[in-house]
Design a protein around this ligand. Structure first.
Ligand code: ATP
Length: 234
């Protein structure tokens, strides 16, 4: 579904991503792990057209590098950015509506999809009239994922969904990510929490200093000593 080849991204004179290649097949959950500053967010931003990059990014066989972000979203690639970025002055319900803003769908489909998000995240249903800015970090993360689902993604990209959240909330969020996966969604997930990322992913890429250091199935990576030591706190 997604094929990235020899991606290079620089900020001024500093190269943040170097010759990075990765692919995501339909129905897979692929995660990208690595420490602070490894280039994870930069990679996602390049895929989504938020920052310019060199190299090839093909989506369903079509080159998308160079397309503006709104066209990439229309193609079905939807990102939940790091730090959530919900609309703080809008209610939960209106944040979800904003997710579907550019789609031409009937009221009944809109209602069905909203109900599906409320089914995934009952907490959002309880709080549909609450202003998003007054929600807890975990609730805002749920809302950000729900809003992205309202855009009808074919490839859902999640940037650090666990960031700044208590372990119990992280568990909850990952349980829902698993449920979204089981319904057939293709997911590219960036995480610093490697054990959570490996628990949900089919395959995983380990990024260090802007380059892919290893890639393998999540099961194999979990067994590798170097991954255990560097990323799983063993
Ligand atoms: P983190 O988990 O801390 O967000 P990351 O793996 O997502 O890390 P990036 O945010 O992609 O890493 O950063 C990769 C490198 O690019 C870092 O050295 C960072 O300082 C640099 N960088 C990121 N954004 C910019 C920017 N807008 N201008 C200049 N340098 C940047």
């Amino acid at each position: 579904m997604l094929e990235v080849e020899k991606l290079d991204v620089s900020y001024g004179g500093i190269q943040a991503v170097r010759g990075l290649s990765l692919h995501v097949r339909k129905g897979e959950v692929v995660s990208l792990i690595g420490s602070n500053g490894a280039g994870k967010t930069t990679t996602l931003n390049a895929i989504c057209g938020v920052i310019p990059s060199r190299g090839s990014i093909r989506y369903n066989g079509k080159e998308i590098n160079g397309l503006p972000t709104h066209k990439i979203v229309k193609e079905g690639i939807v990102m939940v950015p790091e730090g959530r970025r919900v609309f703080p002055k809008l209610t939960v319900a209106n944040n979800l509506l904003m997710g579907a803003y550019s789609r031409k769908i009937s009221k009944s489909i809109l209602q069905q999809e909203t109900d599906f998000v409320y089914h995934l995240f009952p907490r959002l249903a309880e709080r549909k009239n609450q202003l998003a800015g007054t929600m807890s970090g975990g609730e805002q993360q749920m809302l950000a994922i729900g809003r992205a689902l309202m855009a009808d993604p074919k490839l859902l990209i999640l940037d650090e969904p666990s960031m700044g959240l208590a372990p119990i909330v992280v568990k909850d969020i990952f349980k829902t990510i698993r449920e979204i996966k089981e319904r057939g969604m293709t997911i590219l997930l960036v995480e610093q929490n490697a054990s959570m990322a490996l628990s949900v992913a089919d395959r995983c890429y380990v990024l260090e200093n802007g380059e892919i250091r290893f890639n393998d199935t999540a099961d194999n990576l979990r067994k590798q000593d170097i991954v255990k030591k560097a990323y799983l706190g063993a």
